[in-house]
Design a protein around this ligand. Structure first.
Ligand SMILES: Cc1cc2nc3c(=O)[nH]c(=O)nc-3n(C[C@H](O)[C@H](O)[C@H](O)COP(=O)(O)OP(=O)(O)OC[C@H]3O[C@@H](n4cnc5c(N)ncnc54)[C@H](O)[C@@H]3O)c2cc1C
Length: 389
């Protein structure tokens, strides 16, 4: 049986695995591999993401991760330059606007204060101010909004490919295989077996397999409360030309942002049955998304649906936050990075940096993310994100 050996082996080459590979290579890890079965990323979450990047969270860790990551994205081309080619993530600093109905002001205000205390440029807007600024939006049911004008969106696939190519140029090897089994020795994972039957040994492993991460961790007894949750994205056009708008998240969890000549819209259904379902559902758009769009912005009444697709959130059922790091004392060299619940793209640079610190230094150096660790799962102590409205 053939066994290849690496310092670090990363399972899953989506944006999280590729970002980890980049930061590990930068940190001097020489023998590094990313095990990814599908270079087309047909079912991966990364290429189908909306691309939104926001500092509008309630937990300081999430805000700080966004602060680092957004600045990183703004310099992405320079960071990821390979042989004179500078990937352009098409960063659009359109801003993020969260609006809430009466009764929800307190959460928004508390988050606003946390965001401000961490140096985020945010504005609190009452109903009259929202109406004055966005006269094309229905505001009569709203109580309050918070605008983060320096947030924005970008192209997810360019981020993915940028990290991947740069990591490769720094020596990371991409192995086109699927992990099918793990082998342990004491409190360490020693090898993984891949679909061809070959084995890969490493000093440390990262489980960055997104929606598939829980089934991989289960092979070594690590239960992750992470399930696939289908989420639709729709591209629509309207006949009217509205002024430039931020990404708007409304009380129905409707998200609308400009995209080219039209708009990218989505509405997260938290009750969606969990599982690997990639099918589109035309009824959902007609019955839920369209009415919600038209109700918030009347010009969307006559929209034209041009394209729609489905992808999967790796939803953390415990608290909607990522699970990051090892299982201390039980699986010391096996680091998970999953459960991103819709925020993995915007946090990928910070997560990659964090994993590189954990693996090469044994601790967080720049940003302490211990509260995002597996301990809270074992102890069943959720660390919920109050910024998700
Ligand atoms: C519709 C939609 C909109 C979104 N919008 C946003 C947004 O606006 N902003 C944001 O930040 N996030 C957003 N997200 C979430 C974001 O896309 C994810 O959090 C992020 O892409 C997760 O990256 P990942 O690398 O963990 O997972 P993935 O991109 O899914 O990559 C996991 C990889 O693991 C591989 N794999 C699976 N099984 C194995 C195995 N056995 N062995 C080896 N490899 C394996 C898969 O092939 C896959 O390529 C959105 C998600 C969806 C679905």
């Amino acid at each position: 049986m053939s066994v290849s050996r690496y310092d670090v082996a990363i399972i899953g080459g989506g944006v999280i695995g590729c970002a980890a590979a980049y930061f590990l290579a930068r940190a001097g890890v020489a023998r590094l591999c990313v095990i990814e079965p599908d270079p087309t990323y047909a079912n991966a979450a990364t290429p189908v993401a909306t691309g939104g990047c926001r500092r509008l969270f309630g937990r300081p860790e999430n805000i700080r991760m966004s602060q680092f990551s957004i600045e990183f994205f703004k310099e992405f081309g320079a960071h990821m330059a390979v042989e004179g080619s500078f990937p352009d993530v098409q960063w659009k600093e359109g801003g993020y606007l969260f609006v809430v109905t009466p009764g929800h002001e307190k959460v928004l205000e508390a988050n606003f204060r946390t965001q401000q205390s961490l140096g985020v440029k945010v504005e609190l807007l009452d109903r009259a101010q929202i109406a004055a600024r966005y006269p094309w939006m229905r505001c009569d049911d709203l109580a309050l909004g918070v605008l983060s004008p320096e947030d924005g969106w970008l192209d997810p696939n360019t981020v993915l490919q940028g990290f991947r190519k740069k990591a490769q140029s720094l020596g990371a090897e991409f192995v086109r295989e699927r992990v099918v089994n793990l082998y342990t020795s004491g409190t360490r994972v020693s090898q993984v077996e891949v679909s061809s039957g070959a084995r890969i040994g490493a000093d440390a492993f990262v489980n960055a397999a997104g929606c598939w991460a829980a089934s991989i961790a289960k092979l070594v007894g690590m239960e992750l409360p992470v399930n696939p949750m289908r989420r639709f994205e729709h591209y629509v056009e309207i006949s009217e030309r509205l002024p430039p708008m931020p990404l708007i998240k409304d009380p129905d969890r409707l998200v609308i942002r400009p995209e080219g000549p039209g708009y990218s819209v989505g509405l997260v259904a938290s009750g969606e049955p969990r599982g690997f379902n990639f099918d589109a559902d035309p009824h959902y758009f007609e019955e839920v998304v369209w009415p919600a769009c038209a109700s918030r912005i009347p010009s969307f009444e006559s929209l034209k649906l041009r394209r729609e697709w489905a992808g999967l959130y790796d939803e953390c059922e415990l608290d909607g936050n990522m699970i990051l790091g090892n299982w201390p004392g039980r699986l010391d060299n096996f680091h998970v990075a999953c459960g991103f619940s819709g925020h993995g793209l915007m946090h990928a640079p910070a997560v990659g940096r964090a994993l590189a610190e954990l693996i090469t230094k044994g601790r967080y150096e720049t940003l302490d993310l211990s509260r995002m660790g597996y301990r809270r799962v074992v102890e069943n102590v959720p660390y919920a994100e109050t910024g998700i409205l």
